[in-house]
Design a protein around this ligand. Sequence first.
Ligand code: IPE
Ligand code: IPE
Ligand code: MG
Length: 258
Amino acid sequence: MTGNESEQLALPLPRHVAIIMDGNGRWAERQGKRRTAGHRAGAESVRRAITFARRNGIEALTLFAFSSENWQRPAQEVNVLMELFMTVLRREVPELAANDIRLRVIGDVSGFSTRLQRRIREAERATENNTALTLNIAANYGGRWDIAQAAQKLGKEVAAGRLQPEKINESALAQHMCLADGPEPDLLIRTGGDIRISNFLLWQLAYAELYFTDVLWPDFDEMTFAAAVDSYVRRERRFGLTSAQIQQLAGSGPLQEE
Ligand code: IPE
Ligand code: IPE
Ligand code: MG
């Protein structure tokens, strides 16, 4: 990525990058600060990540901001996170709009205050016609919740007589999951050193390339993002096929008729 390396190699960049933004609390604690100082610093990394994605022609960026499990944190920390969410939405929307970025929030927004819900709707509406980059913020999001809400929608269609139960298959479910209208995540980045998914996009990550880094989210910058993309472009995504088949599909290998 740095110095247009991937362009020279003509390797396809990820169309959709998802990020588990982790490590804010530890970043702050290491400096003797309150955890919430880490969240504030993390908001700057969000800006950097958006700028990087926009500049590099990434189509969709999905950021895990608040999980359905994060409500269990101390009330004071949750309150600060909600206030930060409000502030960032107000502050950043004009810049998103100016940069042709569409903002969407995925997750159970009904769990937020009516004030925050209104702010979310306004931000989505103000940017809904933008096309250069789709920015999805996962807030009060859980991968299991996502699967359950999709199942519930299908159940309602069955109950209304519009859908036969036999028609419930992967594709029907996929159409009702969050982010169904865009490409699946190609690359998942998790900062903060832990190697787990923490109930993020369980369904959508089925074939994503995973990239874990010890960098704490407030320290995340263009270099970290570029290193993740560099790692991604060097991988062979096989989707269950053999390497020979993949090379054949890419037009770079000999035909391997059995
Ligand atoms: C990620 O950082 C932000 C949220 C989960 C809201 P953490 O707050 O989880 O930071 P650590 O993992 O405790 O360092
Ligand atoms: C995942 O981080 C959620 C977000 C980044 C918003 P957590 O810090 O909540 O994950 P666990 O608890 O370490 O698995
Ligand atoms: Mg964490």
